[in-house]
Design a protein. Structure first.
Length: 156
């Protein structure tokens, strides 16, 4: 199967690209949207590229790159008593929610802002640039990924 590309959104106060750089890898858990869950569970593969998007930041945008480093697995936060993402409908025997492990690749010197993404030719159809697009896990085309990487590395 060929590599795919993704955009993962996270608020920097919760977990930032600097945190991922420090940790080396992390579990991407707590996703509680069925469409996003399906992308994690059914679409993501080890080796896939990730645009790490800082949401609700100043500016919001792509802060760096990551890679999928382990296959999807049941999200244990769903059945952890008292956890913010607990879901009584999910159990170890019958998991509803899935997580994915991501590893650090690169931190951009400057965030590629949402404003820049919207203004860049070739990114017009990118899901994150569309009005009302709030999904925290989004597929990205190889061409979109390449354009954002170029922008992040300062080659406009």
């Amino acid at each position: 199967m060929s590599l795919r590309f993704w955009l993962l959104k996270c608020e920097p106060e919760a977990y930032s690209i600097a945190d991922l750089e420090r940790d080396g890898k992390t579990g991407w858990e707590g996703v509680r949207n069925y469409q996003a869950r399906n992308l994690i569970r059914d679409g993501m593969q080890v080796g896939d590229g990730v645009l790490f998007y800082a949401s609700n930041a100043r500016p919001s945008g792509v802060a760096g790159l990551a890679r999928i480093v382990a296959p999807a697995y049941p999200d244990a936060t769903a059945w952890a008593p008292g956890h913010a993402y607990a879901d009584p409908g999910s159990t170890p025997a019958s998991p509803v929610w899935y997580a994915i492990a991501v590893g650090f690749v690169e931190r951009f010197a400057d965030v590629v802002s949402l404003e820049t993404l919207k203004a860049t030719p070739g990114l017009e159809a990118m899901m994150v640039t569309r009005k009302g697009s709030r999904l925290s896990v989004q597929p990205v085309s190889p061409a979109e990924y390449a354009i954002v990487v170029r922008l992040g590395r300062g080659r406009r």
